[in-house]
Design a protein around this ligand. Structure first.
Ligand code: CTP
Ligand code: MG
Length: 229
């Protein structure tokens, strides 16, 4: 089955507070996006990756990708206001004969390749899959005034990661319905689930964290310098 990688990279990184879009932030000499593509672009997935970018930064993304991957083709798609809009734009840009789409955040450079492969297998088997890890902390649900409302049973809780991998027909339908209903969620697997679809949970890794804050960036630098990945 033909698989294609879709990398949402259109965020500006407000919480990171950098001067360039987050995906172009240098980590030990390489842009974050380049590190992520090196990991997530599994050899089985030879078609050009679709990367969503902030439209005003097209030249900077193009320059970085040409410098680091001179022999690789890729499609740049304009991102939207929220991540979900960016993914929707990316889905439109997939090759017509692509059957499986691997959606992986530019902000997760340490994804294990086994998790990418396992997500593809699960998407072929069940239609939709997300990488996730069982939570180790007890999770509290608070109310608006920061009083404890509820403590969900930890045994059933997973922290969501990417990749989220789908049969293209499944994720396109979920996005079309969400656009009609004005439903906006922070991940794509939950959209599929919201419309009743089956989503397999595939084991990720604590190293597959999302670079969100300056502390995450420091941790990423340390991981690379110490060769921990
Ligand atoms: N993303 C996107 N389009 C958006 C927002 C986010 O493609 N409109 C992408 C980001 O580039 C990132 C991933 O979705 O790879 C996860 O988003 P997040 O970590 O929230 O990144 P930012 O939105 O850039 O960060 P912040 O929320 O701090 O601004
Ligand atoms: Mg964001």
């Amino acid at each position: 089955m033909k698989a294609q990688l879709l990398v949402p990279a259109a965020g500006i990184g407000t919480r990171l507070g950098a001067e360039v879009p987050k995906a172009l932030t240098e980590i030990e000499g390489k842009p974050l996006l380049v590190r992520t593509l090196e990991r997530a672009a599994i050899p089985e997935c030879l078609s050009p990756a679709v990367i969503t970018i902030p439209p005003e930064s097209r030249e900077a993304f193009d320059a970085a990708l040409r410098a680091w991957f001179p022999a690789h083709a890729y499609h740049l798609a304009a991102g939207g206001r929220e991540r979900q809009h960016s993914v929707a734009n990316g889905l439109v840009a997939l090759d017509a004969d692509t059957e499986i789409v691997i959606i992986h955040d530019a902000a997760r450079p340490f994804v294990p390749v086994e998790a990418v492969r396992a997500s593809v297998e699960a998407a072929i088997a069940y239609g939709a899959a997300t990488v996730a890890i069982p939570v180790t902390d007890t999770i509290l649900e608070g109310d608006d005034a920061a009083f404890l409302e509820r403590t969900p049973e930890r045994r059933k809780l997973w922290a969501c990661q990417t990749p989220q991998t789908f049969r293209v027909t499944v994720i396109r339908e979920a996005h079309a319905r969400a656009a009609r209903d004005d439903m906006l969620l922070t991940d794509d697997a939950s959209l599929v689930r919201a419309y009743g679809g089956k989503v397999k949970l595939v084991l990720g890794s604590p190293l597959n964290f999302k670079i969100t804050t300056p502390a995450d960036l420091q941790l990423a630098r340390l991981i690379i310098r110490e060769g921990l990945t």
